[in-house]
Design a protein around this ligand. Structure first.
Ligand code: PLP
Length: 358
């Protein structure tokens, strides 16, 4: 019973895709999606609500989000002379970059395991995707394999998540620099977890003509707003901006993100708490037998469960009311792996309690 319209008109590579699945958390403790678990102080919420009341919904937003863009430049130290483009989440920015270079014989390349949207968006826009396996023991870059793949495929874009998701580690800076030098096309440093890490390529913009730095406010506490930003050379970003839909950042996001960034100290305090909890969670997980725990510079920790018990542990957590991310069946280097987002202390305690009793 296949729909003829689908068979005839939907591109075969789209028919072959399966939709991105997000499980319904119900009222479980949500440690699956790298969200910041904290809300705002009441006073801040009240001020924000007053701002929303004065926001006109009958008018289109500022198509260039100029005021928010200016705020982002200062809040995140975008180097002078570099341009900024905003996206409806950094997912949209990945899509815009891909659309700008798309041709069916062109390649998007990224290390694997990595962020799944690079692969999915390559298919959406009809490009080829090449995943280059990381070293199996510590998820560092396999430079021999990366160099061979760059020579063979001449990728239009290389995505490097720095730190990497879902592994949590940071690639070696000198190796990233070598890739920037070797790559014939653009290299996007995806710094979605910059708030939790101690290094960044933001200040290196301009030193490499092909370097772009992409970030998001999602992981630092504003996931609901859907806002990402890309920083890089003005002439390149100008090309991308031509295919950005004019009102991609809605008024509620513009007003709310600007407000939130005026109170960045609150977000930064939350980030500090999460970093402290990350250390505590890491130490506690390390003391549990039967787990391999990978060091993380992001707001999540990847663990590997021995004796093929990853699925069972995932289910035990679910029954206990804690939702994490099950990567155990993802294949490749993630065999038997689970990923837990760092939550509030009491949420992490509940998680640890169940893992300990397992
Ligand atoms: C979460 C994540 C993104 C997407 O962020 P949004 O701005 O919420 O779309 C991009 N890259 C990586 C590596 C991520 O983990």
């Amino acid at each position: 019973m296949t729909n003829k319209l689908i068979k005839q008109w939907i591109r075969p590579e789209i028919q072959a895709l399966s939709a991105y699945h997000v499980p319904d958390p119900g009222n479980m403790i949500k440690l699956d999606a790298m969200e910041n678990p904290y809300t705002w102080p009441q006073q801040m919420i009240t001020e924000w609500q007053a701002l929303l009341q004065d926001t006109a919904l009958n008018r289109y937003p500022d198509p260039g989000s100029r005021s928010l863009q200016q705020q982002i430049r200062t809040a995140f130290a975008i180097p002078d002379g570099m341009s900024v483009m905003l996206g409806n989440g950094s997912d949209e920015i990945i899509q815009i970059i891909a659309m700008a270079v798309a041709a069916k014989d062109r390649v998007i390349l990224a290390p694997e395991p990595g962020f799944v949207m690079y692969n999915m968006i390559a298919r959406f826009v009809g490009m080829q995707y090449v995943g280059v396996p990381l070293h199996a023991d510590d998820f560092s870059l396999d430079m021999a394999a990366m160099k061979a793949a760059i020579t063979e495929h001449k990728p239009a874009i290389i995505f490097l998540a720095y730190p990497n998701n879902p592994t949590g580690n940071m690639f070696a800076r000198e190796q990233v620099e070598e890739i920037l030098t070797l790559a014939p096309g653009l290299v996007v440093l995806d710094e979605a977890y910059a708030a939790f890490a101690d290094d960044s390529f933001m200040s290196n913009l301009g030193q490499y003509p092909n370097l772009l730095v992409m970030r998001t406010v999602s992981k630092m506490g504003l996931a609901g707003l859907r806002l990402g930003y890309l920083a890089g050379p003005a002439d390149i970003l100008q090309e991308f901006d031509k295919i950005r839909l004019p009102y991609n950042i809605n008024v509620l996001t513009q007003v709310s993100a600007e407000f939130a960034l005026r109170h960045k100290d609150v977000l930064d305090q939350q980030t500090d708490l999460i970093r402290q909890e990350r250390s505590r969670l890491y130490a506690q997980l390390m003391s549990i037998k039967g787990l391999t725990v990978y060091p993380s510079e992001a707001n999540f920790i990847l663990i590997r469960v021995s004796d093929g018990r990853a699925n069972a542990l995932f289910e035990a957590l679910k029954s206990g009311g804690v939702l994490i991310k099950n990567l155990a069946n993802a294949g490749g280097l993630l065999q038997d792996c689970l990923r837990v987002t760092v939550g509030k202390p009491e949420e992490n305690d509940k998680f640890i309690e169940i893992v300990n009793g397992f």
